[in-house]
Design a protein around this ligand. Structure first.
Ligand code: GAR
Length: 195
């Protein structure tokens, strides 16, 4: 079975959805949950599920991305992952780091890419008057929130929505989309999943 490492920064709900999907006859299994924030709630959730966890804090490195990434690499390489899933991981990675895992690192982003890379995606969709929103899973390349699309799920924008209500509606779909994409990806199938 393919070994999957999951990188998180916060609540880790996508990590939980992915980990819970990797049971039974699933061709992959979670081998590490790695966070840049020791306070990330997802660390405890991973531990409850029996997944090894590690922390590589970015704060002590104060903008020295290379040093931070060296700290990230230590537990990550030790886990010998076949696939790395960024799951609410909120640090920008250098081309050196992303290049090392080219073709085997995935990210989920809360917009219908190529719309709204970066932050505040839901507010930006509302401000633009979009009638639909959604989430995307893509292969990670050097450019932020770019790279071949592996799946998308759409939701309506409803009257009265604010960024929080829209984010919650999108997050439900993230939890369906990411496991569906991962299952395909680990079998070598890169056909986009459209939900
Ligand atoms: C998710 O909505 C994910 O798409 C987003 O952060 C949230 C993490 O939630 N990711 C990004 O914005 C990446 N730049 P989670 O920790 O509960 O999975």
């Amino acid at each position: 079975r393919k070994r999957v490492a999951l990188l998180i920064s916060g609540g880790g709900s996508n990590m939980v959805a992915l980990a819970q999907s990797m049971t039974g006859d699933h061709p992959a299994r979670p081998v590490l949950v790695l966070s840049n924030d020791p306070a990330a709630k997802g660390l405890a959730r991973a531990a409850e599920m029996g997944i090894p966890t590690a922390v590589a804090e970015h704060r002590p490195f104060k903008g020295d991305r290379a040093a931070f990434e060296a700290a990230l690499l230590e537990p990550l390489l030790a886990a010998e992952p076949d696939v790395i899933c960024l799951a609410g991981f909120m640090r920008i990675l250098t081309p050196d780091f992303t290049g090392r895992f080219a073709g085997r690192m995935l990210n989920i982003h809360p917009s219908l890419l190529p719309k709204y890379p970066g932050l505040h995606t839901h507010q930006r969709a509302l401000d633009a008057g979009d009638t639909e929103a959604g989430c995307s899973v893509h292969e990670v390349i050097a450019d932020l929130d770019a790279g071949p699309l592996l799946g998308q799920a759409r939701v309506p924008v409803l009257p009265g929505d604010d960024a929080d209500s829209l984010a919650a509606r999108v997050l439900v779909q993230e939890h369906r989309l990411y496991p569906a994409v991962l299952r395909r990806f680990v079998t070598g199938d890169r056909t986009p999943v459209i939900l």
